[in-house]
Write a protein that binds this ligand. Structure first.
Ligand code: G6P
Length: 638
């Protein structure tokens, strides 16, 4: 969802702001804007509904420059995607420009009060109340006089002012006084023309990271804009405010005053967030899967003990051995990975697993006994519902672990421990490599818990060998790309698709249907193959393709019977089956062959042609694959 960038240093702020906003495009947005303080100390704001190209066009027509500024991509919540509603928003007297991620729950009463004070609202957003509140607080603290004075004295823009020498305490107090009135969540960046050397960033429940480099500081809502700009980062925690000049950084906590901040090394090469020669991030990420899977298993297979090992679970062997039940919670694709995990862990480890939508779990109050361990599965580590469900479970005293891709994200930090995917940045809104890495990490957990209980050493070793072969099997599955593209061209006009699979491949069917829906806007339903007789079969006709997942295994014959049922009603069938399957060739209209793997790993291989099918159909229909309409990569509102 919304993205924030900010810059203070000696270079032209706009260069980083626009590059950074482009790198945040993947989060999903529908308008964009920037605010820069120019060399004369004037605040210049340019905004545009629609894509960043529109903003750039306006900036070409009305160029602005300065060494300090903020930028934003907005995903509309309060008010439609218009120029006026785009961020930054300006406080009534022009004392501050603000960009905001999150939602202010009490914005209506605040708005009424500010209107009574004489503030005139231009937008329908909740964010504008923040700008006016800060403005009003600066006035109340008598800081406006200082602003006027500095402007009157014609002070040149001061870069490199040392925060240690300047007294920003009154400014901090005024901003904090405004912030304490807000209920809800915010990641905020602001610039103030009266303090043209200071960039301010504040966080409550919506992530913000400070980037540190020689003679410049950056802020962004995730680390991707920093690649090639900053090599060190500081994660802000809730209630913290960062004050940055070109050369200094100070972090102030609402209750504790100034606090020491921890600078961490950022290991993000500049090309990590580039398309690397692929036409879309999604295709690049699909093809990265052999490597991302290798990264997910690296160092985690313990041949001496025939088990998996994890560095960051932070639970003792005794605590883990006493786990009686796992609850997995997630949203979207990550929820599908959780379903795969349920099959894997119940089969290999014989531990009961329950998978809950995070948006349901956070408000449901299921009876959970001691011995329940919660896994929050999330690519971004920022999904609002998943975070809320995790907090709810922590509150009830259950240990919580995160399976997460983004290092240092809120969920990764708040969980008691966790497992990183190490899949690298995932930019395509439709999740691909994160899904397969999540399924693999869950398979490793199944092995781990299995070995804690009944799995023999030999069985553990066999599983390790099967897991080690996986990246090469996925590489082979990617060789179906050309064939899948041809199939996509034949069926891209269809308005409905069914995706059908059983057992381990039931979640794969759900995920395949979701991929198609997300990026091609075709209605698609995933179903357990046999269940289609209880409704979806009514949809079957010559224009409704059914995609069957039917690798060899215990339910193969049953799925074959389901294929017969669809064919008997004139529905086209696209089958994803094992190499050399002759039977299915006699029945299906199209067959995509994938290599055979153990059943608990099948979803990781069989999802590959489904990712490719969705991709090629979306391209054939002219859809914006990496930025599908209405969707956001990271859903940070409830
Ligand atoms: C959004 C994204 C999906 C993702 C879901 C959960 O809906 O578009 O691709 O699966 O959020 O995100 P998470 O980061 O928690 O895995």
């Amino acid at each position: 969802m919304c993205g924030i960038v900010g810059y203070v240093g000696r270079s032209d702020a706009l260069e980083f702001l626009l590059r950074g906003l482009r790198r945040l495009e993947y989060r999903g947005y529908d308008s964009a804007g920037v605010a820069v303080i120019d060399a004369h100390g004037h605040l210049r704001v340019v905004k545009a509904a629609g894509r960043i190209e529109g903003l750039e066009e306006r900036l070409r027509a009305d160029p602005i420059s300065g060494c300090i500024g903020i930028g934003h991509t907005r995903w509309a919540t309060h008010g439609p995607a218009t120029d006026v509603n785009a961020h930054p928003h300006i406080g009534g007297n022009g004392l501050v420009a603000v960009v905001h991620n999150g939602v202010i729950d009490n914005y209506l009463p605040l708005r009424a009060r500010l209107e009574a004070e004489g503030y005139r609202f231009r937008s329908a957003t909740d964010t504008e109340v923040i700008a006016h509140l800060v403005d009003s607080s600066l006035r109340r603290h008598g800081l406006v006089r200082e602003a006027d004075h500095r402007e009157a004295a014609g002070e040149a823009l001061v870069t490199g002012l040392d925060l240690a020498k300047a007294d920003y305490a009154p400014l901090v107090r005024a901003v904090q006084e405004a912030l304490v009135q807000l209920q809800g969540t915010y990641g905020l960046a602001m610039v103030l023309p009266a303090w043209p050397e200071v960039l301010i960033a504040c966080r409550l429940g919506s992530p913000l990271i400070v980037g540190v480099s020689e003679g410049e500081h950056f802020v962004a809502s995730d680390a991707s804009p920093f690649a090639g700009y900053a090599d060190r980062i500081v994660y802000l925690a809730d209630h913290e405010m960062a004050l940055m000049t070109a050369d200094s950084l100070r972090v102030v906590h609402r209750d504790q005053g100034r606090i020491a901040h921890q600078v961490q090394v950022l290991d993000l090469p500049p090309d990590a967030v580039d398309r690397g020669g692929f036409p879309h991030f999604m295709l690049k990420e699909i093809f990265e899967q052999p490597e991302s899977l290798r990264n997910a298993m690296r160092g985690r297979l313990d041949r001496d003990a025939a088990t998996a090992r994890f560095g960051g679970l932070n639970l003792s062997a005794q605590q883990l051995a006493s786990v009686r039940r796992l609850v997995m919670t997630a949203c979207g694709t990550s929820w599908h990975a959780g379903l795969v995990g349920e099959y894997q862990i119940e089969t290999l480890a014989r531990l009961p697993v329950e998978v809950e939508y995070a948006s349901e779990l956070r408000y449901r109050n299921p009876p959970l006994e001691p011995g329940t361990l919660l896994f929050a599965i999330t690519q971004s580590g920022e999904t609002a519902d998943t975070l809320a469900a995790l907090r709810e479970m922590k509150r009830k005293g259950h240990p919580t672990l995160a399976i997460c891709n983004v290092v240092g994200s809120t969920i990764a930090q708040e969980a008691d421990g966790g497992i990183y995917l190490h899949a690298g940045p995932e930019v395509g809104v439709a999740s691909t490599k994160a899904f397969t890495s999540q399924c693999l990490v869950l398979a490793l957990l199944a092995l781990y818990f299995g070995r804690l209980h009944h799995l023999s050493f030999d069985a553990g070793m066999r599983i390790i060998e099967q897991i080690e072969e996986l990246p090469d099997k996925v590489r082979q599955a990617l060789e179906t790309n050309d064939l899948v593209r041809q199939i996509a061209l034949r069926y891209c006009e269809a308005n409905n698709f069914l995706y059908l699979g059983r057992q381990f491949n039931y979640p794969t069917a759900l995920e395949g249907a979701l991929k198609l829906k997300e990026i091609s806007y075709i209605h698609a339903e995933g179903y357990p193959a046999a269940e289609m007789k209880h409704g979806p079969i009514a949809l079957v006709d010559a224009h409704t393709p059914s995609v069957f997942l039917m690798p060899q295994g215990p339910v193969y014959d049953k799925v074959l019977a389901n294929v017969q049922e669809i064919k008997a009603r004139g529905g086209p069938v696209i089958a994803v089956a094992c190499q050399g399957d002759r039977q299915v060739r006699q029945l299906a209209d199209e067959v995509v062959e994938i290599p055979a793997v153990a059943d608990f790993l099948q979803p990781i291989v069989s999802i590959i042609p489904l990712q490719l099918l969705a991709y090629h159909i979306a391209v054939a229909r002219g859809c914006d694959v990496d930025k599908p309409r209405n969707l956001a990569k990271s859903v940070t509102v409830e």
